[in-house]
Design a binder for this molecule. Sequence first.
Ligand code: FES
Length: 252
Amino acid sequence: MSLLPRRRFLRRFGLGLAVSALPGRRWRETILWEAAAATPDAPAVVTLSLADFPALGSDLGSVRLTVNPVGPDHFPRGNIYPFLVNRVSEGVFRAMSAECRHAGCVVESYDELSEGIRCPCHGSVYDITGQRIVGPAPDGSSLGPLPLIYDGIGSLQVTIPGLAFRIAPSRVDLGGGGGRLRLQFPTLPWVTYEVHFRERVSDPGLPVPFSSSPEGPPDQWTVTGDELPATVYVAPPGGSGFFEISMLLLEE
Ligand code: FES
């Protein structure tokens, strides 16, 4: 999200607006991470709580995360490749794209038994750091590294390109002093979006229902992206606060 519409919105309507991603594991579990995009062109920074990923509690643990599913052909159903977060050793983590360097299939998470990250398409294998070990991926290649910061306590910040987006808020007057907030944002195919609300930036965001028309009943909770802009209408719950457009995250 651009900071510009956020500031403009704060001035005009007295409500805040933030854009972030609040995914749920396999579509149903609790919020695992939050991504906030500073500008439309900036990559999103995803914060992961280690407590939410037991696999990362031991060395050689590995998780694969994505905002759009992976198809049976082993390619993303959508625009965004999954990414891996691997624990190399105590306090040492690596994040990397799951795009195989041979022909672009989505690789699996690190498998301790076979000691590698395997590509299901033609058998390339990478080590825990993403370096190719064997297979048709080019010699010396590695899975695309993603910037990762470990706070030394319990959270990781991973920078994910391609997730940032701009949101355009505007007010819709319905007469009688009533009104709704219209939120427009671009969508990525197969990504599921929710609207969250928080009173303070530091609060956890809670999903709120919305409608797809200015006067329709607010009885929808998710939008599945199709590469076209989405428009949703929410009723400000009173007082001030922040609406967010959130993405759901899958752990596969
Ligand atoms: S696409 Fe991964 S080995 Fe061919």
